[in-house]
Design a protein around this ligand. Sequence first.
Ligand SMILES: Nc1nc2c(c(=O)[nH]1)N[C@H]1C(S)=C(S)[C@@H](COP(=O)(O)O)O[C@H]1N2
Ligand SMILES: [Mo]
Length: 402
Amino acid sequence: MTADIENEGPAKAQGRREFIRQAAFALPVAYGAGKLVRAQEGVPSDQGTAPFSGIITRQNEPLNAEFLFPTLSSFLTPNEQFYIRSHFPVPQLAASDWKLAVEGHVERPLQFDYAELRHMPSKTFPALLECSGNSRVLLQPLQPGIRWEQGGVSNAEWTGVPLSAVLERAGVKPGAVEVILEGHDKGRLGEPRIPGDVHYARSLPIDKARRPEVLLAYKMNGEDLPVAHGYPLRAVVAGWYGMASVKWLRRIIVTDQPFRGYFQTFAYTIWERRHGGLPTLTAVTEVGVKSQIARPMKSEVVAAGAPYRVVGAAWCGESGIKSVDVSSDGGNTWSAAKLIGKPVPFAWQFFEYAWQVPNRPGKATLMARATDEHGEVQPMERDEDRRDAAITHVQRIDVFVR
Ligand SMILES: Nc1nc2c(c(=O)[nH]1)N[C@H]1C(S)=C(S)[C@@H](COP(=O)(O)O)O[C@H]1N2
Ligand SMILES: [Mo]
């Protein structure tokens, strides 16, 4: 699956675009999503920091906002509806005086300017981003952090230069182990306190950094990157949780030692039972297999005895989705859902299920459970070793039959 975006010639690119068109046909929205968005226009906002309509603000400063997952309808999430996750105030950068430094364990430390990068050979492909805290609102007891429901996830088409091409120009020295991506944004960090301002930064192992699905992107869905999504340049690390896709890039630092920065030690880490079962703090990396039902949505009222088209999306990290099963009786029995369109590497996979709503009024519980091509199945229960990240367990959508 992952090979599809590697070394693609024009014919292959066209074939893939055809794929995307087929995968991209719209899901009918069962209720007025368009109206929902319009209803927000003209509502005076005294905060005034959320730049888009059609998105739920979860925090104003720094700006964090959620895609309305129940309105899921197009394969590519429009830029105005794509979720936003930021740790510090959004930097306002001008492409004209912006520079990207490549330094550290390299033969030739370099600086790229914006025009130079835009003249390098580019790649375009869709990729999903999911915040590793997506669905955090489901955790019991309640966890601190952004209160994501289902919408800390979106899917866009990105255009940019492979990170590997930039690394090649600088010449990675033998013995390199990681590549740190550093953002322009910075601020104070409280727990534990670090003196002075800290820039947002994450590292990738050198092998992942060289993979074709790791892009330095300047376009999102065919438009220049919106400011909130990393203008002028961001990383897109397809297959990994969103925290790796560093926005507002400033420096790329090749290292001969593992990086132990804040966002991969104190934050974005889970416990793994290594070394004879000892819990070992491990940075969150690859996206776990997961599915979410978009419609019906939580607490929706559905008509007794009528057919209902259940729709949703499933995704995983570096593999592909093999199947999705749906239960309408709280997990006692499961039926295969129909996958919609052809699979697209690193993107989400829509599914549908024809539900015959029971005649009996009362509560009904819908669930979806995805399996990837390696046979990895979405877990039924929350694994507490994952702390407040990588929240993939099967979600229960309670609706009312009337
Ligand atoms: N520079 C910088 N990059 C960042 C972040 C950030 O706060 N600063 N947040 C990360 C996290 S946790 C996520 S989930 C994604 C979200 O990307 P988006 O805002 O474009 O959806 O950006 C990542 N890249
Ligand atoms: Mo995130």
